[in-house]
Design a protein around this ligand. Structure first.
Ligand code: GUN
Length: 294
């Protein structure tokens, strides 16, 4: 029977450390500010955004909320981001995805000052990660690495299989595991027989976005399984991309849903924001200008 990878517990530890760093910054007169922008009112996005803002406030950050109507133009959104880039009280900027169809997420991500890009989605930060020289790293994969570290699960020399190739999870996850000296395979919707590759994994990260697909037949005995999926059942419960009861019998470690990856994502967003703030403050000390960043 697998041991739970308790994301809630690890997230509490990360948040406590972030709160300490926020207190330190306040002693030099800086309150970290995180701007969270939501365009439209997608119900799932609204839940995530509310959680992010609430955690911000709990940890002593300034939460800067911008809720824009669904009909907002791309130009208007880009103007807001420019304004936030220039605002010295704002240290992190997050635009909740997905965006309405008329707005290019690529253009939006590229408009964010990379130093304030706490999602790690700007091409500069993506490129740094691909070079093995990470700066700000996407929160979900970063949180997964932190959870593995907490449980002394060492990726070096292991075969890690990532199911899914999204820019938010799969690709950066593969980069981080590679940087940690794992042998990494990425499988996706066009991979013939993904199941047999999955069965070879010592560490399996499931981010396919399909409900309860991965069962014991996808999992090697004794492997570590991380479930990134989150799906709401008609009955109101939450489940992941894994069939928990089935995988639990063969894996050595498994993340629960909820209480696994989800809490880590938010905790790492907070850590990225405090880190961005420290970077900005340190550069200010050296150059006297927040524009000489990077
Ligand atoms: N939508 C789903 N996941 C994410 C995320 O990590 N960041 C942002 N900005 N939007 C998301």
């Amino acid at each position: 029977m697998a041991t739970h990878l308790d994301g809630k517990r690890v997230a509490e530890q990360v948040k406590a450390s972030v709160a300490d760093r926020v207190s330190q910054l306040k002693t030099v007169g800086v309150t970290p500010g995180l701007a969270v922008i939501q365009v439209g009112a997608d119900p799932a996005s609204s839940v995530y955004v509310r959680n992010k803002r609430r955690t911000c406030e709990l940890l002593g950050f300034q939460s800067i909320a911008h809720d824009l109507p669904e009909a907002t133009s791309e130009t208007k959104l880009l103007q807001l981001i420019q304004h936030l880039n220039d605002d010295s009280q704002v240290h992190g900027i997050l635009v909740q995805l997905p965006l309405p169809s008329g707005i290019s997420p690529d253009k939006v991500m590229e408009s964010i000052n990379p130093t304030k890009d706490v999602d790690g989605f700007h091409p500069y930060n993506v490129g740094r990660l691909a070079l093995g020289k990470p700066t700000l790293v996407p929160c979900t994969p970063l949180g997964i690495m932190r959870m593995l570290e907490y449980y002394h699960i060492v990726p070096a020399g292991k075969h890690a299989v990532v199911i899914g190739r999204s820019n938010t999870v799969g690709r950066p996850m593969a980069q981080l595991l590679l940087a940690a000296d794992a042998t990494v395979t990425v499988v996706h919707s066009k991979t013939p027989d993904a199941q047999s590759i999955s069965r070879e994994a010592d560490i399996l990260v499931v981010a396919m976005g399909r409900r309860q697909v991965v069962n014991r037949d996808w999992v090697k005995s004794g492997s570590v399984v991380v479930d990134v999926g989150i799906h709401r059942l008609d009955t109101g419960g939450l489940v992941g991309d894994c069939d928990f009861a089935s995988v639990r019998d063969v894996a050595s470690y498994l993340t629960p849903v909820p209480g696994g990856v989800g809490p880590m994502t938010i905790a790492m967003l907070m850590e990225n924001t405090v880190r961005a703030t420290e970077t900005i403050v340190n550069r200010l000390d050296v150059s006297g200008s927040p524009e000489n960043q990077r």
